[in-house]
Ligand binder design. Structure first.
Ligand SMILES: Nc1ncnc2c1ncn2[C@@H]1O[C@H](COP(=O)(O)OP(=O)(O)OP(=O)(O)O)[C@@H](O)[C@H]1O
Ligand SMILES: [Mg+2]
Length: 315
């Protein structure tokens, strides 16, 4: 990963009427970085990406992408980036191969090396067998493969992938992420949105946004380490009354079922969490079998941050 910046976003804002979809976002992405973009539905991820690709005008703020101003130099920018939109980007009445040809032309790929490039890419994304099929007739996973191929056909230095693995099976997901890792290793900068915390773990850094605002930005490990409150796993019988009792206790920040266990996040100041948890369970007439420390997952971080943010807003 280089030290130079591929993307610099400063105080970016997008309003739709009175509604603020993107609310003063500031972050930067280093060259060769895999940068994950997380947030609940409607957080403003796709809207931000569209502004970074020069497809939507910001209401305020600025974005530099590949050294170009995403607003004023949008036309030049388009050849230096690849964009895989969340919704459909392929022409349904063209075959896979024709779509690739079309995008290669659109992105100005010289015709001399075009056939070789498309052949290599079809090999890498394993779409050779479906090259002559109309994209309208493809299943979601295959369509996503072709859409990814179209977004990188011109070997852009910066790639924007908006939920590339949505609707894609587990094996294809792994394959996509191997392709993303290879691209990044070759110096491509990748901004990728996902709702999968497993995928988020494969990013170098993550930004979490909620209702247009940045709520966290760090490496996956640092985000996990920084989760406020201690996590505990509890075996208790019967499970649902135990969950209800712990959810209602003062020291609980978050309680949920995880298989046949309870997962609990407790406030930082609690002196002896296992004793406090056991006391609540005994008072509720439930039997405690086991209480052990839990490890934070990105999902815990996400739920905690989005929840805290909402409570902070008084909603
Ligand atoms: N053209 C538009 N006009 C009005 N509102 C819009 C427009 N585009 C987006 N929005 C609103 O802006 C908010 C952010 O939408 P956006 O698509 O960026 O969210 P997202 O984070 O990508 O969500 P998802 O995870 O569901 O894809 C939503 O409330 C959406 O309804
Ligand atoms: Mg979106």
């Amino acid at each position: 990963m280089g030290d130079r910046l591929a993307v610099e976003v400063r105080d970016l804002v997008r309003r739709f009427g009175d509604f603020v979809a993107v609310d003063h976002l500031t972050f930067s992405i280093r060259e060769g970085e895999i940068f994950g973009f997380l947030g609940p539905n409607g957080a403003g991820k796709s809207t931000t990406i569209r502004m970074l690709c020069g497809l939507l005008l910001p209401s305020d703020g600025a974005a530099q992408v590949a050294g170009l101003d995403a607003t004023r130099e949008a036309e030049r920018l388009r050849r230096r980036i690849g964009y895989m939109p969340q919704l459909f980007s392929l022409y349904p009445d063209l075959t896979c191969h024709e779509n690739l040809e079309f995008y290669a032309g659109l992105y100005g790929l010289p015709s001399a090396g075009r056939a070789d490039r498309i052949a290599a890419l079809s090999e890498r994304l394993q779409i050779y067998p479906i090259r002559d099929q109309l994209t309208a007739t493809l299943s979601t996973g295959w369509r996503q493969r072709v859409a990814l191929a179209c977004a990188i056909v011109h070997e852009p230095p910066i790639l924007f992938l908006d939920e590339p693995t949505s609707g894609v099976d587990a094996a294809t997901r792994q394959h996509f992420w191997d392709v993303i890792a290879d691209l990044a290793a070759d110096g491509t900068t990748v901004l990728v949105t996902t709702h999968s915390m497993e995928e988020a773990e494969r990013c170098n850094r993550l930004v979490m946004i909620d209702r247009g605002r940045l709520i966290a930005l760090d490496t996956p490990a640092a985000l996990r380490a920084g989760l406020a409150g201690g996590l505990w796993q509890v075996d208790a019988e019967p499970l649902l009354p135990a969950l209800a009792a712990l959810s209602a206790s003062d020291f609980t920040l978050d309680a949920s079922l995880s298989g046949a266990q309870l997962r609990l996040r407790v406030t930082d100041g609690l002196a002896d969490p296992p004793a406090a948890i056991a006391q609540v369970l005994r008072d509720a007439g439930t039997t405690v079998a086991h209480i052990s420390p839990g490890a934070a997952s990105l999902e815990d971080v996400f739920v905690a941050l989005v929840g805290d943010h909402e409570q902070g807003e008084g909603t």
